[in-house]
Design a protein around this ligand. Structure first.
Ligand code: PLP
Length: 375
């Protein structure tokens, strides 16, 4: 198999799986229990939170575990709007956010919020000037992602934060695709809410985190129950998931420079190999080291993905979340129909090899030779 879809999810390194298995079978206590096994579990959760907070550049008490990145995004939006409920009901976001933000924004629109969706340019980028141009007195929240999951474009969150410094609007950034991929720290980023997810960096699925820093107050709960996560996100802590998240962060951090430069080298090598396929075009701006988006105009991406899938090559047609629908990101970028419909996303991780990329390039070339353009 040639797995080239690390932006969809990543394999869990053995060391992470072993740590999780140890927690599930040995240190399996409930962190709220008052005997030694429970105290060990509490200790494990505290240490894990500290590890992730250190990697993000925030304090442990500013980091709340969630069930995934989607939950962190939803929670951040709701929490910021609650905190700024007296500021107004205007929200600025981009038309290329992950659906975890976009669908939440749609729901908020139905509840009476007014949303401005910033359109990217042809390269997929959004500027701080666009935010400045749409900012109003009653803007309560700006939500702009750090790295786009389809194109790898990095957005100017620091500049947007500087712009909002003396304004009431709070800033959320979905950093799910940026964490441990592009350099940033919660301290220097300047966002008030930051969302993370473990399964994009070698951690397990089903665990994410919301960081509330800067001007953010402790987020208003979305759930009510026991006192876990400072009473703000109750529910017995998923200790194995949390330990796996922390172990994955530890591993990535230990080899950060090496991993990032390996992913960039893979992206550059893939581009070098793929550009030899006649008619293939580059889509967007691959600022992030792990994402490359390309299009074979006239060749529907669904066919490319399933053809390559039969050869054991895993890539995705735009975002894995779209399941066949036209990508809102490519549409917002103003790509013509043919180019948008032929776009595939290739993404890399520490495990990616040159053989994976060679297999991809050969298979794409073969696809192009065997299939007729359909659009
Ligand atoms: N935000 C971005 C940018 C993503 O790429 C993803 C996952 O693809 C998410 C949020 C959602 O994360 P999760 O799968 O943990 O809910």
């Amino acid at each position: 198999m040639h797995y080239l879809d690390h932006a969809a999810t990543t394999p869990v390194p053995r060391a992470v799986a072993e740590e999780m298995a140890r927690v599930l079978t040995e240190d399996f206590g409930n962190p709220s229990s008052q005997y030694a096994l429970g105290r060990a579990a509490r200790d494990l959760v505290d240490r894990s939170r500290q590890t992730i907070a250190n990697a993000l550049g925030c304090e442990a008490k500013q980091l709340y575990f969630t069930s995934c990145g989607t939950e962190a995004d939803n929670w951040a939006l709701r929490a910021a709007l609650h905190q700024n409920r007296r500021t107004g009901r205007h929200i600025i976001t981009t038309a290329v956010e992950h659906s975890a933000v976009l669908q939440c924004a749609k729901a908020l629109e139905q509840e009476g919020y007014e949303i401005t969706y910033l359109k990217p340019d042809r390269s997929g980028r959004v500027t701080a000037a666009q935010v400045a141009g749409t900012l109003r007195e009653d803007t309560a929240l700006v939500s702009v992602m750090l790295v786009n999951n389809e194109t790898g474009a990095r957005f100017p969150v620091e500049e947007i934060a500087a712009l909002l410094r003396d304004k009431p609007a709070l800033l959320h950034t979905d950093a799910v695709q940026g964490f441990l991929k592009v350099p940033f720290s919660a301290k220097t980023l300047g966002a008030d809410f930051i969302s993370l997810s473990a399964h994009k960096i070698g951690g397990p699925k089903g665990i994410g985190a919301l960081c509330a820093v800067g001007r953010a107050k402790p987020p208003r709960p979305m759930l009510y129950g026991g006192g876990q996560e400072a009473g703000l996100r109750p529910g017995t802590e998923p200790t194995a998931q949390i330990a796996g998240f922390a172990k994955a962060v530890e591993l990535r951090q230990e080899h950060l420079e090496e991993t990032v430069s390996h992913m960039s080298a893979c992206r550059d090598y893939a581009w070098e190999r793929l550009r030899a396929v006649e008619g293939l075009v580059f889509v967007g701006e691959a600022d992030a080291p792990h994402i490359l988006s390309v299009s074979l105009p006239g060749y529907p991406s669904q066919n490319i993905v399933s053809d390559l899938g039969e050869k054991g090559i895993c890539i995705s047609a735009g975002s894995a979340c779209h399941r066949g629908k036209a990508s809102h990101v490519l549409t917002a970028m103003g790509l013509d129909k043919k180019t948008a419909a032929g776009t595939v996303r290739v993404s890399f991780g520490p495990e990616t090899t040159r053989e994976d990329i060679d297999a991809l390039a050969d298979a794409l070339l073969e696809h192009k030779t065997r299939r007729f353009p359909m659009l």
